[in-house]
Design a protein around this ligand. Structure first.
Ligand code: ATP
Length: 261
């Protein structure tokens, strides 16, 4: 399978502390890797180093077989987009939704000025929001709607890789499922390649093709989803899975299910 992302021996230090320790990882195109691991294991650091927000002390990162330079070009930055736990991180509160969506389209020359309006409406439709949202501002939307807008903004530049770092964790349980379903729909419709970080194994089960487990800056397991949930390879993975609270199968409040059943 053709690879979208290759991470070769990537190490990151924060001062004297090693947050990532020689990470090796391949992500095939049009697949979703779910990244799990306890708090502080290095998941966000891995996301940030791939997105170019921090520079590794060692190692290489290749996207579509091209090495990403230490100081990324505009084109390289465009090709990896990130969605954060808090949608407000990527939505300027003083800008209308039209400005928010058109900014990246114009900056990266995705469409000409005359086509902006049409493209913005298409983007909103993709995330199930109405065109009239364009004239509104972020504070006029709920948390779930703001995350949908952040997703539309990230997709506007047609990235090769979408990184979502705990994108549903800050949302009310009732909206978590609809945002997760949106990710699954977009994944199928747009053939996305995604790195999806969550501490919630129910979410990871719902979205991933492959699961990778981090512990103390190391990647300790990477396996196809079904294999990971049925036959976790390491004692640490088994520990993570056994910490999932058991829910009755019929439980539909919020729609999450026990990934081990
Ligand atoms: N800017 C920083 N300076 C120093 N240490 C940091 C910095 N950012 C993260 N760390 C440390 O690096 C380690 C990895 O952090 P990271 O945020 O990548 O973990 P995580 O798995 O994403 O955790 P969480 O699920 O809590 O977000 C932690 O011990 C954290 O305290």
């Amino acid at each position: 399978m053709e690879l979208a992302l290759q991470i070769k021996n990537v190490t990151v230090h924060y001062g004297g502390f090693t947050a990532l320790n020689g990470i090796q990882l391949n992500l095939p195109k049009h697949t979703t890797l779910g990244l799990v691991g306890e708090s502080g294991s290095g998941k966000s650091t891995l996301a940030r180093v791939i997105a170019g927000l921090i520079v590794p002390a060692e190692g290489q990162i290749l996207l579509d077989s091209q090495e990403l330079t230490k100081k990324r070009s505009r084109e390289q930055r465009k090709r990896i987009q990130m969605i954060f736990q808090n949608p407000d991180a990527s939505l300027n509160p003083k800008h209308s939704i039209r400005q928010i969506l058109s900014e990246a389209l114009l900056f990266h020359n995705i469409v000409g000025r005359t086509e902006i309006e049409k493209r913005c409406k298409e983007l909103l439709a993709r995330v199930h929001l109405e065109g009239k949202a364009l004239d509104k501002y972020p504070h006029e939307f709920s948390g779930g709607q703001r995350q949908r807008i952040a997703i539309a903004r990230a997709l506007s530049v047609e990235p090769s890789l979408l990184i979502a770092d705990e994108p549903t964790s800050a949302l009310d349980v009732s909206v978590q499922l609809s945002v997760l379903e949106l990710f699954n729909t977009l994944k199928a419709e747009l053939n996305l390649t995604m790195l999806f970080i969550s501490h919630d194994l129910g979410v990871i089960h719902a979205i991933s093709d492959t699961v990778a487990v981090m512990r103390q800056g190391n990647l300790v397991e990477i396996n196809p989803k079904d294999q990971f949930f049925a036959r976790p390879e390491t004692a640490y993975s088994r520990e993570l899975l056994s910490a999932v609270p058991k829910m009755p199968k019929s439980n539909t409040s919020g729609g999450f299910y026990d990934p081990r059943t």
